[in-house]
Ligand binder design. Structure first.
Ligand code: PEP
Length: 257
C-alpha cells in the first residue's frame, strides 16, 4: 500500500496582511520546531492573500522553513487582458507548491462554474502547481441528493482535462460545515472521501487514486482533527477559521500528539 503524507492546509481567506503574514509564518515555524514536529510525516501549508505571497516566499527561502504555501485561487487564463486576475505562471514564479481551486466561497460568491474550476486545474498543472480541488454539497443538496452526489459530480467535472501523471489534492468541504462550527462527523467525512477516491480511480486510475490526498474541511479544530485523521480515506484537513491562530493551527498540525 502507498503511504500518503497527510497535509494540513490553512486557508487564511481575506485575513492577515503581508506584515502579519511574516510574523505568523515565523511563529508557526518556531512553534512546530520547538515541538520537534516531523514535517516529513505531516506536511504543513498556508494560503495567504495574494499580496502576502512574495513576503512569505522570501521568508521561507531565507530561513529554509519547511512550510509550503500557495494562492487561494488562480486565473484560468495564461496571461493578458484579465484585470484583477493572477496567473498560474505568477504563482509558479513565487514557488507556490499548491493552489486552492473551486472553494465554495468562489463558487457561491463569485459564480465559479465547474467548467471554470476544470480550466483552473489545468492552468495550475501546466505550471507545476498541485491544485487543491474543493468540492462539497450545500445543506439543501444534502437533503435532496444525499452527501456524495454533488461532490462526486463536481470532482468528475474538475478532473475532465487532467492526465493521469498529475499531482492533485482533493478537499471535501461540505458547505454547511464551513465556518458554521458544525463539522461533519468523521464517519460522514470518510464516506464522501471514499466516494471521491473512487472518482479519482475512475478518471485517473487506481495507482493515482492510491496516492492522491483527500482532505476534509469544515469547522476543523484542534479538538476534532484526530477523529478525522483516524479515517482511512481522510489524508489531512483544509482549515479556515482555526488556521488564523498560530497555536491552534500548530495543535491541528500536531494532531498525533
Ligand atoms: C474553509 O473555508 O476552507 C474552511 C474549512 O473554513 P472553516 O475551517 O472556518 O470552517
Amino acid at each position: 500500500t502507498v503511504r500518503r503524507v497527510p497535509l494540513i492546509a490553512g486557508n487564511w481567506k481575506m485575513n492577515l496582511d503581508h506584515l502579519q503574514a511574516i510574523a505568523f509564518v515565523q511563529k508557526l515555524a518556531w512553534t512546530l520546531k520547538d515541538a520537534s514536529h516531523d514535517f516529513s510525516a505531516v506536511e504543513v501549508a498556508v494560503f495567504p492573500p495574494f499580496t502576502d505571497l512574495r513576503s512569505v516566499q522570501t521568508l521561507v527561502a531565507a530561513d529554509k522553513l519547511p512550510i509550503a504555501f500557495g494562492g487561494q485561487d488562480v486565473s484560468e487564463h495564461e496571461s493578458g487582458a484579465y484585470t484583477g486576475e493572477i496567473s498560474a505562471a505568477f504563482l509558479e514564479a513565487l514557488e507556490s507548491r499548491y493552489v486552492i481551486i473551486g472553494h465554495s466561497e468562489r463558487r457561491t460568491l463569485h459564480g465559479e462554474t465547474d467548467e471554470q474550476v476544470a480550466a483552473k486545474v489545468t492552468a495550475a498543472l501546466k505550471h507545476n502547481i498541485a491544485p487543491i480541488i474543493c468540492v462539497g454539497e450545500t445543506a439543501e443538496d444534502l437533503e435532496t441528493h444525499g452527501a456524495s452526489a454533488v461532490p462526486v459530480a463536481q470532482l468528475r467535472a474538475a478532473l475532465a482535462g487532467v492526465d493521469s501523471a498529475a499531482d492533485v489534492v482533493v478537499a471535501y468541504e461540505p458547505v454547511w460545515a464551513i465556518g458554521s462550527g458544525q463539522a461533519a462527523t468523521p464517519e460522514q467525512a470518510e464516506q464522501v472521501c471514499a466516494a471521491l477516491r473512487g472518482v479519482v480511480a475512475e478518471v485517473l486510475g487506481d495507482d493515482v487514486a492510491a496516492k492522491t490526498r483527500i482532505l476534509y474541511g469544515g469547522s476543523v479544530k484542534s479538538g476534532n482533527i484526530a477523529g478525522f485523521m483516524r479515517e482511512p480515506n481522510v489524508d489531512g484537513a483544509l482549515v479556515g477559521g482555526a488556521s488564523l491562530d498560530v497555536n491552534e493551527f500548530a495543535a491541528i498540525v500536531r494532531y498525533q500528539k
